[in-house]
Ligand binder design. Structure first.
Ligand code: AHR
Length: 501
């Protein structure tokens, strides 16, 4: 039996408050995320606006907060005007990012309507195009969306049927502008200047907008950290957040490293925090830049697409990863990593929401179902609200190829305002159960409410169209809470949610 992993919780030792925006997601015009994902006029469940109510029901259960839109790489060639006004008059356009044809039958008004139906905490997080466009188009979009009335653009919105402004607070200044694949890719200095001027103009319309500058599209980029330093030097006083993106997948059959992906995510976060604070110190500023981890997930980007797709096809089946239990455990661990840095990561978006590397899948004209990764996200969004307690684990370890010696236990704990505590824990060991002991010091906890487990005898088990409920969380066995100590056994390769009251 593996030795017991341990940690102590105390209400005085905290990381910070969880910002609800930590549980954001992402809707891009990519593949079938929008078309036949969230929007499918004519589907038996579609409402008057063509939104799939079966999908909306699952989204509300999932509990995303900030929903980023319309991209992603897509936004860097997007003309927002194409997506407003009478649907039948909207142009069809080439989308260079994904080599597809965009019908524009879903645009800004439809997105806002979707967000309003996506749950009580859902809010729009809008990206502007700083690839092929610039300051003028960004402020025109802002005026169309947010100005109440009395100007050409605000009246245009009203004439399109939306009398009230959309009140979008959170804006991304472009997407992955460091990436050579990005339409309109720029050097850090070019982008930093453009982002600064765009931010300045947007703040002239409304000083209260919250702005995200593009950081690196991955910690492996050659320009990583230097990019952030240059961009933030240009934009420090004008933006609130810098973005981070990271995708993980199992490479070369190295499952132990894959299971330890959160080691990389945590180190990426810590390096970006250090860079932000270094620039702040150099600028003699007391302001803190927060982190918007606005794309993260498991994504098998090197797997061949099992679906046949033609160039310039509309809504093709691309990036439709079907996730296993193993993938869900990694997603759970990535959520733990975000929570462990909730003091500085105040926005994060699971990329993406439907069909495209997503927790929810749909069939055109047919069913909608939960992927394995749905469960950790839904549980973290539901129970991960309050104050993150500082968790320092004493855990047995395993040698991994990518990250050296890593803890088998990855964990965090969140204390809600009513004093209840939820422990989120992953056992990274593929073969052995992991005994866990948590000393609950200074916490008035006497009841073990629930131990929920996502694990399976088959770590490759997945939910599919044919077998939509193959994988779901089950009740753990044998956990106890006595004399201020929680004891549990974490199944091999498992995601665990343990609720204490
Ligand atoms: O989420 C898929 C793509 O990944 C996004 O469009 C892009 O920003 C990133 O490279």
């Amino acid at each position: 039996m593996t030795r017991t992993a341990r940690f102590t919780l105390h209400p005085d030792f905290t990381v910070g408050e969880v910002n609800p925006r930590l549980f954001g997601s992402f809707v891009e015009h990519l593949g079938r995320c929008v078309h036949t994902g969230v929007h499918e006029p004519g589907h038996p469940s579609a409402d008057d606006a063509g939104l799939r109510t079966d999908v909306l029901g699952l989204i509300r259960e999932l509990g995303p907060t900030a929903i980023r839109y319309p991209g992603g790489n897509f936004v860097s060639g997007y003309r927002w005007e194409d997506g407003v006004g009478p649907v039948d008059e909207r142009p069809r356009r080439l989308d260079l990012a994904w080599k597809t044809t965009e019908s524009n039958r879903f645009g800004l008004a439809e997105f806002i309507d979707f967000v309003r139906k996506a749950g009580p905490e859902a809010e729009p997080m809008m990206a502007v195009n700083l690839g092929t466009r610039g300051v003028a188009e960004a402020i025109e979009l802002q005026e169309y969306a947010n100005h109440p009335a009395g100007t050409e653009l605000s009246e245009r919105r009203r004439s399109h049927g939306d009398k009230d402004p959309y009140g979008i607070r959170l804006w991304c200044l472009g997407n992955e502008m460091d990436g050579p694949w990005q339409t309109g890719h720029k050097t850090a200095r070019e982008y930093g200047r453009l982002a600064a001027e765009t931010a300045r103009a947007m703040r002239q319309i409304d000083p209260g907008v919250e702005l995200v500058a593009c950081g690196s599209s991955g910690s492996g980029m050659d320009t990583f950290a230097a990019w952030e330093a240059t961009v933030l030097t240009e934009t420090y006083d004008l933006v609130d957040y810098v973005s981070l993106h990271a995708y993980y997948w199992e490479q070369d059959g190295d499952r132990d490293s894959f299971l330890a992906s959160a080691v990389d995510m945590e180190s990426f976060i810590e390096k970006v925090v250090a860079t932000c604070d270094h620039v702040g110190a150099k600028l003699k500023s007391d302001k803190k830049i927060n982190l918007s981890f606005d794309e993260w997930n498991v994504w098998y980007m090197d797997r061949p697409n099992p679906h046949e797709v033609e160039e310039w096809q509309e809504a093709p089946r691309i990036l439709e990863d079907v996730y296993s239990v193993t993938d869900a455990v990694v997603v759970g661990s990535l959520l733990i990593a975000l929570l462990r840095h909730a003091d500085r990561v105040t926005v994060a978006c699971l990329a993406q929401l439907v069909n495209v590397i997503a927790p929810i899948m749909t069939e055109p004209g047919g069913a909608a179902w939960r992927q394995t990764t749905f469960f950790p996200f839904a549980q973290a969004s539901r129970y991960g609200r309050g104050t993150v307690l500082d968790v320092r684990v004493d855990s047995p370890t395993r040698e991994t190829r990518k990250y050296g010696e890593t803890d088998l236990l990855h964990a965090t704990a969140v204390r809600a305002d009513d004093g209840t505590v939820t422990v989120f824990a992953v056992n990274r060991c593929l073969t052995e159960p992991l005994p866990l002991e948590v000393l609950l010091s200074g916490l008035d906890l006497t009841t073990l409410v629930e131990h929920s487990v996502l694990a399976d005898a088959d770590p490759e088990a997945r939910n599919t169209l044919e077998d939509q409920n193959r994988v779901a969380p089950h009740a753990g066995e044998g956990a106890t809470l006595t004399d201020g100590t929680l004891r549990a056994t974490l199944e091999p390769l498992s995601w665990n949610v343990i609720r204490l009251a």
